[in-house]
Design a protein around this ligand. Sequence first.
Ligand code: SF4
Length: 716
Amino acid sequence: MAEVTAICRFCHATCGMVATLEDGRVTRLIGDIDNPMYAGYSCVKGRNYHAFHESPSRLRTPLRRRSDGGFESASSAAVLDEIAVRTRDILDRHGPRSVAMYGGTFSHFCPAGVMLRESFMDAIGSPMRFSNATIDQPGKPISMALHGKWGAGPQDFADADVCMLIGANPLVSMWGGIPSFNPAKRLHEARQRGLKLIVIDPRRTESARKADLHLQCLPGQDVPLLAAMLNVIITEGLCDRAFIEAETEGFGALAAAVAPFTPERVAPRAGIEAGSIIEAARMFARAQRGNVTSGTGPSMAPHGVLMDYLVLALNTVCGRWIKAGERMPNRGVLFRQFSGVARAEKPRAATGFGEALRVRGLTDTAAGLPTAALAEEILTPGEGQVKALFVVGGNPLLSWPNQAKTRRALESLELLVVVDPVLSETARHAHYVIGPRFGFESPAITFGNEGITVYGLSLGYPEPFAQYQPQLIEPPAGSDVLEDWRIFYELGRRMGYPLAFRGQPFDMSTPPTTDGLLSQFVARSRVPLEEIKRHPHGAVFPDPKPCAEPRDAEWPHRLQLAAPVMIAELHGIAAQKSEAPAPAGPVMGGEGSALRLLLVSRREHALYNSVAHDLPALRRRLPHNPAHLNPQDAARLGIVDGAIVEIESAVGGIRAVAHLAPDVREGVVSIAHGFAGACTAALIDDATDYEALSGLPRMSALPVTVRPAAATPTTA
Ligand code: SF4
């Protein structure tokens, strides 16, 4: 028996753990108290991660679809031979665009896999690369491109005296506003030193319960609410005028665009008091340091890009960026995330570049190609139609909007290859399923928390921390599983393509090692990987240049407070005649029969997207995906806790177990995305109600009808 340090890869937080090894297996996982970033923190998912390795549902060998529709086991060599032949045939008949790639959340935890799958797509010449980034929070990178990135980064939580969260619940989601490395402890310490916490959320979340001010607004009203706060801050002169004058453009146009959004006008549509909007604006702006950030729910609601743009604008008018001479908490260890110069960086395109999709007028974006349109790309005949799809570490049938359309699309493909540890809902439609090595069967680095800075205001680690973990265990005896990267290396080799990364060709006769690929991936890191490896608990690697430098006087770029497309959208919302929110109330026969509610997304402690729902320890905690309802709404429906309800939208219906939750605002139903049973993807209309820049459909603040379940099943 031995105890070794490890990196949890169940979620993006990548906590430092201690693993007990016995007979080549991990038998216990606990938080690593000696890890300087996490200090022993872990959650129930991470402490049960090792069970995933040996789960009975894990695929030990690749599967190939038989002609009768069932699956049979086959060797990895055989399925790779067949996939290479079939991919080559599709490329020959339909061209490079006919082969698409989708990388889900889990695919990004393996940088070597990212390298080889990008190399493979480069080699075949296909631009059709999609990821979960465009169905999660695409508004963050797109709005950042419109607004501009600040080269010294956002102000740090560690010395903030205010933090405002818009629809973010970092105490559960490990994301947004509060560093996701033992966030409850960090928040507690910050509040001890006087930090004020403002939370805007239709639910009294775990984070909202700690707030000094909670605005329990109606869902989908974040844009008017943020505009009203900006209006208060501007009209009351609470801005950082010096910063605005020196570093921004468009302040006047922004001020004019938010002027119609008075607190008195916004309050009824947001379902809160005008005074609380004013109080939140003053509390935020009168503080000296600290940011406002947003979470997944507002990003998935209508006007998600504009919402994130206003979040950036709110920070900018209050000057909440690190100025020249101030200490930067973390410029990156494995990557250089910030230039370290206090300036607006050179602008990058937000949308309108790269591959144009054949549907909905969508293009490539700063967040990537819009995944929400991929099902329709697959189903739309004509030149460029997608005929083959590789899915790595994702579960489109549960996560892409419009489940029925996604199912039709997956079933129509000539070739569907899924790389997944289990026979997921998506994999059941595949022609080939390949189980990967994962978790402790591969070496790891904490690159994800540095890469996550693409999501708007995130700093990743609040200090220059990094960790490496060597491979700890082998896959189960007798299994035939492959590293993600090996799959695409082998396909490239079989198809005769030379693969390369950053212009450096791979040796196509001798496969690389995962360790070698990781070294190549971080070859430009500030601290050499070999040095990071010398610190098994991870370490903070002090930056020799910790303070932001001033910009050149002639530097031409400024932060953009009035990107034309955003200002036009804001004017459009201001001009809307009806300011009433989506109706919430009884339908079809009145009291006791059905209610119109707004559905919002949420995170659950024992759930991470569509991953590992069947692990016994997690299943015990969350056997199903409850629909959380306010008790008053439940009374109107005539149901009790545990009753089955039907939830219907314009495109589909699901059943869920009702959970009576006083923390949910009346008129709202709160339910997690990506669960196999009550799957909200079935409720989402992908093609008629979507954000024009990102293509993201309305996935939160979604009007639904909720009723007690009838005897007959619903459509999904
Ligand atoms: S928060 Fe939990 S699941 Fe996520 S990395 Fe940490 S221990 Fe793992």
